[in-house]
Design a protein around this ligand. Structure first.
Ligand SMILES: *Cc1c(COP(=O)(O)O)cnc(C)c1O
Length: 460
């Protein structure tokens, strides 16, 4: 029996004569097609030897090879559908780019450009010149530059202003931001010495003043973006710190974290400090992320007084921390929207999703539920209220009212559904809450609804 089946296994040479295989080679790399064919033959050979295969034809082997080929062609970094309701989801790529940003990336990536070329003079230019003006315009700062991420920004600032000097920070602000970013550790790398003052819940102006010495390089303020200390608390205001810094001629630096450029207070959220506000209050240097609340690409943006910014631009570290042309293209495309706040909210996906009224989310949920219900058999869907999150360590206490589609099934447990949807052709990432599968309409797009239906049909 086995021998007969083994004889039926097609040989590579025979397969290469088939028209369908030649078509595959035309459309793909020959190496990958050959690899897939070999793996398919090997799979069936092993199956036959183990007694798991009862019948065999060439068609089966080809089907397997095509499947293998498809998975080899698939990118490892791939698109997923975010049904979690967490808008700036750090594990799912943080902020999505707006249209202008995406178009700008495509243009710049596929063509020569003036990255370091001054078209007017025909001479060498600076890669930072393209975005400095627009950053200055939207933040009100005297000067600006961009590095790889906010962690790099803080490192560059401290290395420039406080190498082998002391940096005064409140104990209430020694934050850890997801994974491995800890303010004290970053300082160690930069060669600055950390001077902790005050207590976890209370720090006073005199705590800063009493610790200022000859060798104090920076007064550092860190926005505690991912947690809140409530109750008996006391912090020092930006104005007080600026006054103290001026008196002692020590620069005041603020890591504001998220890079909020619009006043969320106007839209029913608790006020989140904006970059413009810190600049207006006289902070010397402010750093923030490009891909959190700003809604752009991963980047660390540094803004502030020209005399300090000039020193940073000259630091040799900038070469190691510098951003590439695609980041600059995406950032410029994003920042252009901020010239008009309404444009920003309408076109920057992160802002748009965070500020989307719950009635609008409900409409999306109704449409999705209708589609899912009419095209699948094994599930029941109903709409309910829920809570979305901003994410990315931003506004941790802010719960955004939302609407969700809840899914139940007699055939599958919620955990089962969650896993199967996650492992599908286009991974759909959903939450299980109170023994139900939950799809939050806030982070879903209408254009994806047919595909979401396919995700469910595929697991039935
Ligand atoms: C997120 C965050 C960082 C790190 O920013 P990355 O851009 O992820 O490097 C640093 N400080 C604060 C306060 C943050 O919220």
């Amino acid at each position: 029996m086995n021998k007969e089946l083994l004889r039926k296994l097609p040989k590579i040479d025979e397969l290469l004569k088939l028209q369908s295989v030649n078509k595959l080679i035309e459309e793909n790399s020959r190496t990958i097609v050959l690899e897939s064919l070999r793996e398919a033959i090997e799979f069936y050979r092993n199956g036959i030897l183990k007694g798991n295969v009862d019948s065999l034809n060439t068609e089966q082997v080809l089907d397997f090879a095509v499947h293998t080929l498809e998975s080899k062609n698939k990118m490892h970094l791939e698109r997923v559908i975010n049904a979690t309701g967490t808008v700036i989801h750090t594990n799912l790529g943080r902020s999505l780019l707006g249209k202008k940003a995406i178009e700008n990336v495509i243009t710049v990536a596929g063509s020569y450009n003036n990255l370091e070329y001054d078209i007017e003079s025909g001479k060498r230019g600076s890669r930072y010149s393209h975005i400095e003006e627009i950053i200055k315009k939207v933040t009100g700062a005297e000067a600006a530059m961009v590095v790889n991420n906010n962690a790099a920004a803080i490192m560059l600032v401290l290395d420039t202003l406080a190498k082998e000097k002391e940096v005064i920070v409140s104990r209430g602000e020694l934050v850890e931001i997801g994974g491995s970013f800890r303010i004290p550790e970053v300082m160690k790398f930069s060669g600055a010495k950390l001077v902790e003052i005050g207590t976890t819940n209370r720090t006073h102006l005199y705590d800063y003043e009493n610790n200022i010495r000859e060798n104090t390089g920076v007064l550092l303020k860190v926005h505690t973006s991912n947690f809140k200390v409530l109750g008996f608390t006391e912090g020092v205001s930006l104005e007080q710190l600026v006054e103290l810094g001026e008196k002692h001629e020590i620069p005041v630096v603020e890591d504001i974290g998220s890079g909020v450029l619009i006043d969320f207070g106007k839209y029913g959220f608790t006020y989140e400090p904006t970059v413009q506000d810190s600049i207006k209050k006289g902070i010397d240097v402010v750093t923030f992320s490009g891909d959190k609340m700003l809604g752009g690409p991963q980047a660390g943006i540094i803004v502030g007084k020209k005399k300090y910014m000039d020193r940073m631009k000259k630091n040799q570290l900038t070469r190691a921390l510098r951003v590439d042309k695609m980041t600059l293209a995406a950032l410029e495309g994003t920042l252009k929207y901020y010239i008009d706040e309404k444009e920003a909210i309408d076109n920057i996906p992160s802002l748009n999703m965070i500020l989307m009224p719950k009635e609008e989310v409900k409409k999306k949920c109704i449409l999705l539920k209708r589609k899912l219900q009419s095209k699948t058999n094994d599930f029941k869907f109903y709409i309910d209220k829920g809570e979305s999150m901003v994410g990315g360590g931003s506004m941790p206490t802010e719960k955004i009212e939302t609407y969700v589609v809840k899914v139940t099934s007699e055939k599958f447990s919620p955990e089962d559904m969650e896993r199967k949807l996650r492992l599908g052709e286009t991974p759909l990432i959903a939450r299980v809450y109170n023994d139900e599968l939950v799809l939050d309409g806030r982070t879903l797009f209408k254009e994806d609804f047919d595909e979401i239906v396919q995700c469910f049909k595929a697991i039935e």
